[in-house]
Write a protein of this length. Structure first.
Lengths: 280, 252
């Protein structure tokens, strides 16, 4: 049946072509976003952008220094809350769990990471902003931490599970208590993978805007007090982009470029750590 | 001779599986006892009960008495961590800590439990590596990763790590089965030397190895202890038909 062989080859090429086209289609939006942001952002980027706070309405110039500072501070705060909970929780799930409780926690974490981030913002609003009678960087950190925890929890758990049991046994057989084994052997062996997960979680929350709308609120001025409304880069991009001034639009583009670059760098670093693990 | 480890009617269950059935036997001090038997006969299971490694498996249940120096290690209130410091273990596959250097692997038992003064550490590393005949091979690269060593070297490193914490009993779970013949020979020579200081219990599926290294041999089959006694006697004039059949290669 020679004919069917030719027919099969044609089908094969056809399908390969379709799949290649689909792969390219995935890359097109990414390329467009990157190219456009680069084009619009680079021309607006200046030293002022990194050193100045936004200029008063109507005045030219200004930057987003306060937004970058606020973002960094709130991400640090979110990490301070989210990393211990996420990592220690993952150790529990992977090393001590195995019961019904762990299944429930795992499911809850998956639901939490699927929750729209605006809902997370509303929860933080109810929990912190309302009782404290004001928007604050702290509330922003808590909202971001809530997004971070399930990501860190699940990626860390997966990494810990990949650590061979023989290493745990080696440590235990030396008379090392189980909890020390978990921290110093199991977690240590999974470290590069865990770091990758952490960086990806940081990259994720760095770009979050919705949860900050009801919590950190944003600030036109320098805000270093975590109990006061605080500026954040994504928030500033949002409010500048919808403002009616051409000058502000340009700042928004510059902000977008900085944000995308930071996230790109984080992802690259995460990949680097991931590679390191494969290398041993 | 003094009996270092004594088993009294030991039964081990995993859920509904009865893996080790009513075994009573003794392990004399400063000698090598081999546990032989076909795969799945419960020999590793029995070995791992002697430093309470089964504590980690929720479905595992050990009953009966396991006495080390006449103290039951399964008695209430006995700390399994303290037991494991007295009863060390070497595993089938060499398992050095991959993130640690050769040096740190030797003193891992101390480092993971806290701190160790530098001078003392140097001393322990040198003496333990010398005792496993690894010192000359690695003394110039103590700080490099343990994963750089060959399988046989890794296994000797694991033995060095085990004796570094000064155990009284060393359990070996097929310590040479993943190694080439030359490395195996080195491990066997090492076992011969180590018995001067330690009581060694070794599980092996290699009968020649059991005959070469052990003073006493126990034959397990389907969770039962078929026969145990002096290695020479087990291998030349076994009392049980099943032992003879297994040793001569008629089954297993």
């Amino acid at each position: 049946m020679m004919q069917s062989v030719t027919c099969r080859k044609i089908k094969n090429h056809l399908m390969s072509g379709v799949m290649l086209a689909c792969t390219l289609a995935v890359l097109i939006p990414l390329g467009l976003i990157f190219f456009h942001i680069l084009k619009m952002g680079v021309s607006s980027l200046s030293l002022d952008f990194f050193t100045h706070v936004p200029a008063p309405t109507g005045e030219p110039g200004g930057g987003m220094a306060n937004g970058m500072f606020g973002s960094a501070l709130m991400i640090a705060g979110a990490s301070l809350i989210g990393l211990p909970i996420g990592i220690l929780g993952a150790i529990y799930l992977s090393e001590f769990g195995g019961s019904k409780v762990s299944t429930v926690i795992r499911f809850a974490a998956d639901v939490l990471s699927g929750t729209p981030s605006i809902i997370t913002g509303m929860v933080a609003y109810t929990l912190l902003v309302v009782p404290m009678k004001g928007f604050s960087g702290l509330a922003g950190s808590v909202a971001l931490a809530m997004i971070m925890i399930p990501i860190v929890l699940r990626t860390t758990e997966e990494q810990l599970k990949m650590v061979p049991g023989s290493l745990r046994e080696a440590s235990l057989a030396l008379g090392v208590p189980f909890w020390r084994t978990s921290l110093k052997v199991t977690l240590r062996s999974a470290l590069s993978g865990v770091l990758t997960g952490i960086l990806l979680a940081v990259a994720r929350i760095a770009g979050e805007t919705a949860p900050l709308l009801f919590t950190a609120l944003g600030n036109q001025f320098w805000s270093k007090n975590v109990l006061q409304p605080m500026a954040a880069l994504p928030l500033q991009i949002f409010s500048f982009a919808i403002a009616p001034y051409e000058d502000w639009h340009r700042l928004a583009w510059a902000g977008a470029l900085v944000l995308v670059t930071v996230m790109f760098a984080l992802s690259l670093t995460a990949r680097y750590f991931g590679r390191m693990k494969q290398a041993g | 001779m003094n009996n270092k480890v004594k088993l009294e009617q030991v039964n081990i269950h995993f859920g509904r599986t009865h893996a080790v059935r009513d075994i009573s036997m003794t392990f004399p001090e400063n000698s090598v006892t081999a546990i032989i038997g076909p795969s799945g006969c419960g020999k590793s299971t029995l070995l791992r009960s002697m430093n309470r490694m089964h504590d980690l498996v929720a479905s595992a249940r050990v009953t009966g008495k396991i006495l080390v120096d006449d103290g039951d290690i399964y008695e209430k209130g006995v700390d399994p961590v303290a037991i494991r410091r007295r009863v060390g273990m070497v595993f089938q596959k060499p398992n050095p800590f991959p993130a640690m250097s050769i040096y740190d692997n030797v003193i891992a038992g101390y480092k993971l439990n806290g701190r160790l003064p530098r001078e003392e550490a140097d001393e322990i590393v040198e003496s333990c590596l010398k005792r496993v005949a690894l010192w000359d091979e690695v003394k110039d690269r103590l700080k490099s990763s343990a994963m750089m060593l060959s399988g046989g070297q890794q296994q000797r490193l694991c033995i060095a790590r085990t004796i570094a914490v000064k155990p009284e009993v060393i359990l070996m779970d097929e310590p040479a089965s993943a190694l080439d013949p030359i490395s195996t020979l080195k491990i066997e020579e090492l076992i011969e030397e180590l018995k001067e200081r330690y009581t060694i219990i070794i599980v092996t599926h290699n009968m020649q190895q059991a005959a070469r290294v052990s003073d006493y041999t126990a034959f397990l089959y389907m969770g039962d202890l078929v026969e145990c006694g002096e290695t020479k006697k087990i291998f030349t004039t076994p009392e049980e038909k099943r032992t003879e059949d297994y040793i001569t290669g008629r089954f297993g």
